[in-house]
Design a protein around this ligand. Structure first.
Ligand code: TXA
Ligand code: MG
Length: 314
C-alpha cells in the first residue's frame, strides 16, 4: 500500500520518517515528482532502481537544500559556482567531481567519479530535505522509460504498491526535468530542461557545448526511446490525419493543446500531463500527432522530450 501524505507539517514529518527508515517516498519538485531515497544507503538506492525498473548504468541526481550542503559532497568549480548562484534553488542540475568520503552510495553515481546535484526550489521539497537532513537521490517518479509525473496521481499510477508514500504537492510549475550541465572546465549541456540554454549562456558569457551522446547514456533522458506513451507519435504535424489525436500549439488547433497562445512556459508545464491525456484519448495502439514547437528557449527541452517519446521503441 502506498500512502498519500498531505502537504503539511504532519505529512512532511511522516515522509522524512519513512526516508530515515530507508523507505522510498515520491515528492514534488518544481520540475517533476521525484522518487526519493537516502542517497547514502545502498539498499534504499537499489530500491529506487528496482521500483522504477531502471537500467543500473543510469546514475541518479542527488537533491540537497542549498549550496553549502552541495559543497560538502562535491567540488564546485568556478563556472559551476556562477551557475549555482544564478539558478539555485531551481531547475538546474550540475555534474560535479564527487568528494572523497562524501558518503554517497556508489549506486547513485553508477561508479562514476562525478555526481549530479540539484537544489530544488519547490517549498515542499525544501521542507522535506531539511526535515530529512541528508542527501536524497531522486529520479523522476515513474517507471523507467515512461512519461514523467507532474502530479501525485501520476506517480501513484506508475508506482503504487512499489513505494511507501507520495507527498501530494499538486501540479509541478515547470513540468519538465532540470537542465543538466557539466560546467567546468568547459560548459557542456547534457540534457536540455527547465533552464533554457540561452539563460546559461547569458550568465556564463560563453557558449555552452552540446556533447551529450545518446549512445553513451551518461545523462538522463539520453536513452533514445524515453518518456514514451503507449500511442505512436508523429511530430511537426500541421493537422490531424485520420485516427490521430492532434495536440496543438499556438495557431495549430488540436483536440488538446500545449498552449493556445503559443506560450512555451505554459507548454512545458502542460507537456507530460497532455501526453497522458492524449494517450488515453488515442486508446490501444492509438496515434498522436503534435503541432510544431519552436526550437528556442524551453522549446528545445520540449522538442527533446517529444523526439524521445516518438523514437522507435526498443
Ligand atoms: O528535474 C529533475 O532533474 C528530476 C527531479 C525529480 O529533480 N530528476 C530527474 O532525475 O530527472 P533522473 O534520474 O530521471 O535523471 C537524472 C539524469 C540521469 O539519467 C543521468 O544520466 C544524469 O542525470 N546523471 C546523473 N549523474 C550523472 C553524472 N555523474 N554524469 C552525467 N550524468 C549524470
Ligand atoms: Mg526520468
Amino acid at each position: 500500500m502506498t500512502a498519500t501524505l498531505s502537504p503539511d507539517a504532519e505529512g512532511i514529518a511522516e515522509a522524512a520518517r519513512l526516508l530515515v527508515a530507508g523507505e522510498l517516498v515520491a515528492f514534488p519538485t518544481e520540475t517533476v515528482y521525484g522518487l526519493g531515497g537516502d542517497a547514502r544507503s545502498d539498499p534504499a538506492v537499489a530500491g529506487i532502481y528496482e521500483a522504477k525498473g531502471r537500467p543500473s548504468f543510469n546514475p541518479l541526481i542527488v537533491h540537497l537544500p542549498d549550496l553549502a550542503a552541495v559543497e560538502r559532497i562535491a567540488e564546485v568549480g568556478p563556472k559551476a559556482l556562477v551557475l549555482a548562484q544564478a539558478f539555485w534553488p531551481g531547475p538546474l542540475t550540475l555534474v560535479l567531481p564527487l568528494r572523497e568520503g562524501a558518503g554517497i552510495s556508489p549506486l547513485v553515481t553508477a561508479g562514476l567519479e562525478t555526481v549530479a546535484v540539484r537544489v530544488p526550489a519547490h517549498p515542499l521539497a525544501q521542507r522535506l530535505l531539511r526535515a530529512f537532513g541528508g542527501p536524497l537521490a531522486a529520479p523522476s517518479a515513474n517507471p523507467s522509460g515512461r512519461v514523467s509525473p507532474t502530479r501525485a496521481k501520476h506517480a501513484l499510477e506508475g508506482l503504487s504498491g512499489r513505494i511507501a508514500a507520495v507527498l501530494d504537492g499538486g501540479a509541478c510549475a515547470v513540468g519538465l526535468e532540470s537542465t543538466i550541465v557539466l560546467a567546468d572546465p568547459e560548459p557542456v549541456l547534457l540534457r536540455p530542461g527547465g533552464v533554457p540554454v540561452e539563460a546559461l549562456e547569458a550568465v556564463l558569457g560563453e557558449a555552452v557545448g552540446t556533447g551529450g551522446d545518446a549512445d553513451k547514456p551518461t545523462s538522463p533522458g539520453q536513452l533514445v526511446s524515453h518518456y514514451a506513451p503507449e500511442a505512436l507519435l508523429r511530430l511537426n504535424a500541421a493537422e490531424a490525419r485520420a485516427g490521430e489525436v492532434l495536440v496543438g500549439f499556438g495557431a495549430v488547433k488540436g483536440a488538446l493543446t500545449l498552449s493556445e497562445t503559443g506560450d512555451l512556459i505554459e507548454a512545458a508545464a502542460r507537456l507530460f500531463q497532455t501526453l497522458r491525456e492524449a494517450d488515453r484519448m488515442a486508446g490501444p495502439r492509438g496515434r498522436i500527432a503534435f503541432a510544431p514547437v519552436p526550437e528556442k528557449g524551453l522549446g528545445r527541452a520540449i522538442n527533446d522530450r517529444l523526439q524521445r517519446a516518438a523514437a522507435p521503441r526498443t
